[in-house]
Design a protein around this ligand. Structure first.
Ligand code: BV8
Length: 234
């Protein structure tokens, strides 16, 4: 059985990482265009680095919750039966990896990785981004940015994602409001290809009407129960 799972900020909410569009969400406190766009970085790199440094500090204190752990268990169980879990996340946190997931596709990049804006070199870096940091690959300073896909930038791994979506038996969306494209369009693509669809969220997302199956409630409760049902049905 091939399952494609797309996760969003809602799966990490109970781990203490903020979501974006809930009542006290990140985008209610920051202007997205100032801190999550290339133009914003060009205009005020120090403000953008401070925004991501605060989130890196928050991430360092966060632990995976039962939903992340359940998906790691599902990945192992499917692999043991010749099946496959394709885990694609919009999240830039590393909680899926910390929970034991072996293959995680970060379509919006990774917070704890620094990219050089001059030469694109990447390096794991949980520490603060600074203007003074010198890139080990090209020797220039002033280019340190988070390896995060900003609005207006192309998400990562899109070809592999489209291929995995086409081969899936089931598409499951967990903890996302369905407001950011192209991720929000995956469910429509899946349905058009005859793939079964399921939404797991705290409340109906913007494209809830497209999903065949729906389960609502906190991810730490609903995701383990859903994984249990899938494993019992294998
Ligand atoms: C691109 C990294 C093209 C940054 C992010 C008009 C129409 C359609 C599209 C557009 C448009 N105008 C502009 C666009 C394109 C734009 C877009 O979609 N904008 C939106 C706002 C309209 N998209 C882009 O720019 C993308 N790129 O299109 O490129 C292109 C083509 C050619 C060449 C070049 C480019 C890039 C998008 C990526 C942006 N980066 N993140 C960062 O993190 O700092 S997006 C950001 O939103 C995060 O990645 C986040 O994951 C993502 C989606 O948000 P969610 O994860 O869904 O989080 P949200 O808070 O919204 O929802 C949380 C959900 O969880 C809620 O439903 C809530 O009910 C639920 N929940 C809460 N608690 C729980 C829970 N569920 C379960 N349990 C709980 N306990």
């Amino acid at each position: 059985m091939k399952i494609f799972v797309l996760t969003g900020a809602g799966i990490s909410a109970e781990s203490g990482l903020g979501t974006f569009r809930d009542k006290d969400g990140v985008w209610t406190r920051y202007d997205l265009s100032e801190v999550a766009t290339p133009e914003g970085f060009a205009r005020d790199p120090a403000k953008v680095r401070a925004f991501y440094n605060a989130r890196r500090a928050n991430l360092a204190e966060a632990s995976p919750n039962a939903a992340h752990v359940a998906l790691a268990r599902l990945e192992a169980a499917l692999a043991a039966r010749g099946g496959d879990l394709w885990l694609c996340t919009q999240n830039v946190d590393d909680l899926h990896e910390k929970a034991g997931s072996r293959r995680v596709v970060h379509m919006h990049g990774e917070l704890a990785v620094t990219r050089c804006a001059h030469c694109q070199a990447l390096r794991p870096d949980p520490g603060p981004l600074t203007a003074e940091a010198v890139c080990e690959a090209c020797g220039r300073d002033g280019g340190a940015r988070p390896h995060v896909v900003w609005f207006g930038e192309m998400p990562l791994h899109m070809d592999a994602i489209e291929d995995a979506l086409a081969e899936a038996d089931l598409f499951v969306s967990i903890g996302t409001s369905g407001s950011v494209y192209p991720a929000a369009g995956f469910v429509t693509e899946a349905r058009a290809m005859g793939v079964a669809t399921c939404e797991i969220n705290l409340e109906p997302s913007a494209n809830a009407y497209v999903f065949g199956e729906k389960h609502y409630g906190p991810a730490s409760e609903v995701v383990p129960a859903w994984v249990e049902r899938v494993l019992n049905g294998l």
